[in-house]
Design a protein around this ligand. Structure first.
Ligand code: SPV
Ligand code: MG
Length: 555
């Protein structure tokens, strides 16, 4: 599983020491045992799992109710446990975050729980919650006095579950239904104590009252014997701060993604049915590009460039001639070769380029040029680097600006998706621009500020109308700035011709030695469309020692 590689791979630290990988179970355990209040958000399939992660949640609740409902079934074990596993596999593949699975009653007795927990381990599910009822279960909010399991029998399910976990950190939450079923506080406490003693890592104390009274009473009497998990669906108006004060460990927002999807889908279906047209709906629903983005089409395109013959067409020119001004770090090597957690800045950039299928990489070197010798690159020398600027360095590699070409500064780091987005973006010259200018620079470092014909709107439906560069410079009027160029651009074969022509003109005017790329692009924008591809964050460039520290933390 790709995502597992991401979460559970080994990661190296600043010191070069290999840290032990954090499994999803360990991540869930950390959440549940942390002194902060944690939140798990409901998801019921791969797509909703992605949306929960995108929103920022550090864990997911795979709800029995909503998984069943999304299959068109009742929350009465109508979906078999292996059908639920199939859904969980899609969910686990879709997120790197830990998932706590609603395991209902465990689908039978201790033996069914054993098989369930082994299979959940195989799928890298972080934990399971089992409730003290009988198979087949009924949703807790239906009917009164649902029969509860015998305490000892349920403790057997807990023990068997804990004995079957593959990962030591796997979290088993035992859910006490005594309050819901009307058996009272003493029974609830008696059961929670027995389940904890049987090995449950945490207790989910459930209530269907519309106020949190009995939950808070339980929490007080429980005295934090082990973490408490709650599902405030019925007492939804309780301020979250009160849960914190009551010492609750984890709140599950149990079904709100499915419920919001139901409202939205109903409204859309009704509207289209009545209108027999899409006119009113288009613009109110997520764009098709949102779907592509959520399921990671950009990654597939990058993979195609890497693996499909004939797809890896783009080449790259990296401008890395400048010496940099980082004291000791740049005393004997250029800025692009400073070490960032065991790899040079340039090596990291080259890895990002080759991840996108770009293999033909030319690096324009200047200062300490002998230090710039990495495998898999061509080098071009700008021996006048001390007297010249970026446009001159680019001109040194002008023979290589031919066909689809990426141009990058040698001191930038950006996430892979940013390059994939640039490679996909339409236009003959396209610049990647951070719309937020989110890089909080502490120094007065030069920033390539951009004025475009339109600011970033965040609306993917706008994508078809191109955003075009008007001018770029370190000194733009604040009101006209729509972002900051991150030092990454792409041109097509036609764009490459325009760039070559403009370089020739700068040369003829005697400006080539001093020109920088903002000037080159501003001049190009006066004659040709120079498109902007907006991003928001996930990049940095290295101008100062603070940037070096940030680069070490950049993933
Ligand atoms: C679920 O989400 O399936 C739950 C929580 O078990 S509840 O519906 O409140 O029982
Ligand atoms: Mg459930």
């Amino acid at each position: 599983m790709l995502e597992d590689d991401l979460t559970e791979r080994e990661s190296s630290t600043d010191t070069g020491v290999i840290e032990s990988p954090l499994t999803r179970s360990a991540a869930l355990r950390r959440e549940i045992f942390s002194s902060d209040l944690s939140f798990l958000m409901e998801a019921h399939n791969g797509l909703s799992a992605k949306i929960v992660e995108e929103a920022g949640f550090s864990g997911l609740w795979a709800s029995g109710l909503t998984i069943s409902a999304s299959l068109g079934l009742r929350d009465s074990n109508e979906a078999s446990w292996t059908q639920v596993l199939d859904v969980l596999e899609y969910m686990a593949d879709s997120t790197t975050r830990p998932i706590l699975v609603d395991g209902d009653t465990g689908y039978g007795n201790f033996n069914n729980v054993r098989r369930l927990i082994r299979k959940l381990g195989d799928l890298h599910i972080a934990g399971v919650c089992i409730e003290d009822k009988l198979f087949p279960k009924t949703n807790s909010f239906i009917g009164e006095r649902q029969p509860l399991a015998d305490i000892d029998e349920f403790c057997g399910r807990i023990k068997a579950g804990k004995d079957s976990q593959i990962d030591d950190d796997f979290v088993l939450v035992a859910r006490v239904e005594a309050l819901i079923s009307g058996f009272g506080m003493d029974e609830a406490l008696r059961r929670a104590e027995a389940y904890h003693a049987a090995g449950a890592d945490a207790i989910l104390i459930h209530s269907k009252q519309t106020n949190p009274g009995e939950i808070f009473t339980f929490a007080k009497l429980w005295q934090n014997a082990c973490p408490l998990v709650i599902v405030p669906t019925m007492y939804a108006s309780t301020p979250t701060e009160q849960f914190r004060q009551a010492g609750i460990s984890t709140v599950i927002w149990a079904n709100h993604n499915l419920r919001s999807a139901i409202s939205a889908m109903r409204e859309t279906s009704r509207r289209i049915f009545e209108d027999q047209s899409l006119r009113e709906i288009e613009g109110r629903v997520a764009g098709v590009k949102e779907i592509f983005k959520l399921v990671g089409n950009a990654e597939l395109e990058a993979a195609e460039r890497r693996y499909l013959p004939g797809k890896a067409t783009a080449r790259a020119i990296v401008l890395a001639a400048s010496a940099g001004n980082l004291g000791e770090l740049t005393r004997q090597r250029p800025k692009c070769m400073i070490d960032i957690r065991g790899q040079s800045l340039l090596q990291r950039l080259i890895t990002t380029l080759s991840n996108a299928g770009i293999r033909d990489i030319a690096v324009v070197r200047g200062a300490f040029k002998e230090a710039v010798n990495l495998k898999g690159i061509r080098t071009v020398d700008n021996d006048r680097h001390a007297q010249t600027g970026e446009a001159y360095s680019l001109a040194c590699a002008r023979d290589m600006i031919d066909g689809d070409t990426v141009i990058a500064y040698g001191d930038v780091l950006f996430r892979d998706y940013i390059l994939s987005g640039l490679l996909e973006a339409p236009g003959d010259i396209v610049l990647t621009v951070d719309a937020m200018g989110s890089k909080a620079k502490t120094s007065a470092a030069t920033r390539d500020l951009v004025a475009a014909n339109r600011p970033f709107s965040g609306d993917y439906l706008d994508d078809d109308a191109p955003v075009l560069l008007q001018s770029m410079s370190a000194t733009l009027e604040a009101g006209s700035v729509t972002g900051e160029w991150i030092g990454l651009a792409r041109c097509s074969a036609l764009g490459a011709i325009w760039i070559a022509e403009e370089i020739a003109l700068l040369e003829a005017e005697g400006l080539l030695a001093t020109a920088d790329l903002p000037l080159l692009f501003t001049r190009l924008a006066a004659k040709h469309p120079v498109a902007i591809h907006y991003i928001t964050a996930h990049w940095l460039d290295v101008d100062t020692l603070t940037d070096v520290a940030d680069a070490r933390n950049f993933t």
